[in-house]
Design a protein around this ligand. Sequence first.
Ligand SMILES: [Ca+2]
Length: 405
Amino acid sequence: MFCRWFPEVAGHLRPPNLDTKPPACEPVLVRAHAGDKGGSQAGASKPGSALSFATSRCMMTHPVLSPAPALPAQGGELGMLVRACASVSVLLLCASLAAATGGREASTVPSDLPEGNGIAANHPADQGIEKDPAVVFADGFEDCSSPADLRARWDWLIHDGNMRIAQEPDSVHAGKRALELTVPQQSAPLAIAVDKQLGEERDVLFLRWYSKFDKDFAVGRSSVHNGGSISSRYFPGGQATPGIRADGRNKFLANYENENSTGSSPGALNIYCYHPEQGGSFGDHFYPSGRVIPGSEVRSGAATFGPSFVARPEVFPESGRWYCYEFMVKANTPGLHDGRIACWLDGKLVSDFPNLRFRSVEDLKPNHVIIVAHSSSVRPNQTWWYDDIVAATSYIGPQAPVGSK
Ligand SMILES: [Ca+2]
């Protein structure tokens, strides 16, 4: 793997407690607290502002795992583009993963994780879901008329000048409103996010949301972070901590996202993860097949996820349509590798990463969620839409239609 990091454009504005080294394959948040009314927030909200979310671009190639060529879309059960082992190089990797996992074939081993309907089935269109005993946070943006209204539910808004409350039917998943995030064409990377610090810490947390990429979404082979994260102490004092390793005591983070090191857009589903066994100073990427970056040659499959790991096909969602994303983070028992991350797309289990260790202390628990859109923006006006966000202590599942109960 070759990972090229671009220096932060607004480095001189970074807080002094951040790592000043160039690499950051991840947004470096320059935050505006939802309660802040001062000028710094106003400045941070301007597209292209020097206070913009500054980060770097990451281009990943590998002598074995070379970028896969763009493939024509194919229909599927979920209407998603599933391309497993799309190139010779990936076939080679899959062969090694099959050997590492005892030759099991993808998606043939039963899982103890749920699929299909979850607690959302009891709350059509998510109406009243916030009152479900398992739900710890929910927002469908129906009571928002402008980004300023987001402050009622969210603790932090990152570059709210790049947010909009969309009301066009195609830009809304359910109800009449959704959150629109747009990265304009500019030379500096930019990230936009809404954060929620949960009041109660839990050992297991699920986060579900609906999102859609603009139909023309394309950022080339560069860094894109998006989707949602579940973390603990990754944002001390409101600052992200990129490039600082997780050590079992200080923090962990898991972000369920698309990334486009293959050159496709919006790219392959994966988990971006800070954990004590991470391969470098920045987070690992976990893919459904078991591929782990960095160090895929020796860290993929059972090497990281243990003998029970089940390799599944890589998943490439399409632009221009809504998907239901959900993932679970289960913190490990201190001293054991029994932590787990599982991911669903439209209610279908698409990846399951067992055998993980996030912590060596009991009190490091998932307590922070974030919805983010980040791009190095080589094309103009790359837009994401998000809607129907729910965090809960049990599987949430896709939204049930109105009148279905
Ligand atoms: Ca909505």
